[in-house]
Design a protein around this ligand. Structure first.
Ligand code: FES
Length: 316
């Protein structure tokens, strides 16, 4: 995670433009005129759009541009207000932001063949990866699924890459054959971002040799927790034991007891609240950790994940 993950800064909206149906691109510059940190393709920033309204958005500009960051936001009228607040930002308005942060970092020294898959607004973290792969002379391809051509952002840029970009427009009968993409990728890495159903289809199609890197842009439907009963959380630093009732998250309980806990999306998609688990079995409910990471890394996202046992000991 970047050194800048928790740095909060004021940014000014330098420009905004509708780049597709329901999608606005917002250019943000530092209010103090000082250079912005560079970032790696796949990084996001957290925009603080109001009290309790902090949302992660992937950066889709040039990682080496230290004057301006660009995000693209899909308006979601059925959402919880983050995208509407972002769409309402006007030129000249100041907005606070944290990051950049990355849980989905594309290696700048990528070699060989790379397969990209995107769905809808999930193109935003993938686009800087595509540019990086193209600049490095990597053999890459992008399969991009959109609902309609009017909802297609960055059309001109994508068109310039010719046959390397395969568009699948559903209202024209286009269908992304996920199984074929995964089979064709073989042991080449697959980098994907999109709605949960696309990423679930990729995970289902993946075999033991598949090197799948995914980032969802919305939280999927959460399954029922493993335990319906309360459980306990022991804080390693103080030995204090807190009870987590079924209707509250570990994060909420920590905050309620004045424990400093950093968070952003609060829905298991950004990785900000990652916490080390010293003891106990976790009911992982986030969409950040891969199945392999869940088995091998002693961490959990405390905003959504819970205990699958009576007590967890956390490095808090
Ligand atoms: S706050 Fe985003 S994963 Fe927990």
């Amino acid at each position: 995670m970047s050194f800048f993950s928790d740095v909060e800064r004021e940014l000014v909206v330098r420009g905004r433009a509708e780049i597709a149906d329901g999608i606005v691109a917002i250019d943000l510059a530092p209010s103090n005129g000082r250079p912005l940190p560079r970032w790696t393709p796949g990084s996001h920033i957290d925009l603080v759009l109001g009290p309790g309204l902090e949302r992660p958005y992937s950066l889709c500009s040039d990682p080496s541009d230290t004057t301006t960051w660009r995000v693209a936001v899909l308006r979601d009228d059925a959402g919880r207000g983050g995208s509407l607040a972002a769409h309402a930002l006007a030129e000249g308005e100041v907005v606070r932001a944290r990051g950049p942060r990355s849980t989905f970092s594309f290696p700048e020294d990528a070699r060989g063949r790379v397969v990209f898959v995107a769905g809808g607004i999930g193109i935003t973290p993938i686009l800087p990866m595509v540019r990086s792969a193209a600049a490095a002379g990597v053999d890459w391809s992008l399969d991009y699924a959109v609902r309609t051509r009017t909802a297609l952002p960055f059309a001109d840029e994508l068109r310039r890459h010719g046959d390397r970009v395969r568009l699948h427009v559903s209202d024209e009968g286009g269908r992304l054959d996920v199984a074929a993409v995964v089979a064709d990728a073989g042991a080449s890495p697959v980098w994907a971002c999109g709605p949960a159903r696309l990423l679930d289809a990729l995970a289902s199609a993946a075999g033991p040799a598949t090197r799948l890197h995914v980032e969802p842009f919305v939280a999927g439907e959460l399954a029922e927790p493993v335990r319906a009963e309360p459980f306990e959380v022991e804080l390693l630093s103080t030995g204090e034991v807190l009870e987590v009732p079924p209707d509250r998250s570990i994060l909420e309980v920590l905050e309620g007891h004045g424990v400093l806990a950093v968070s952003s999306c609060r829905e298991g998609t950004c990785g900000t609240c990652e916490t080390v688990v010293v003891e106990g079995e976790v009911d992982h409910r986030d969409r950040v950790l891969t199945p392999h990471e869940r088995e091998t890394s002693p961490v959990m996202m405390v905003c959504v994940s819970r205990a699958a046992c009576d007590r967890l000991v956390l490095d808090v």
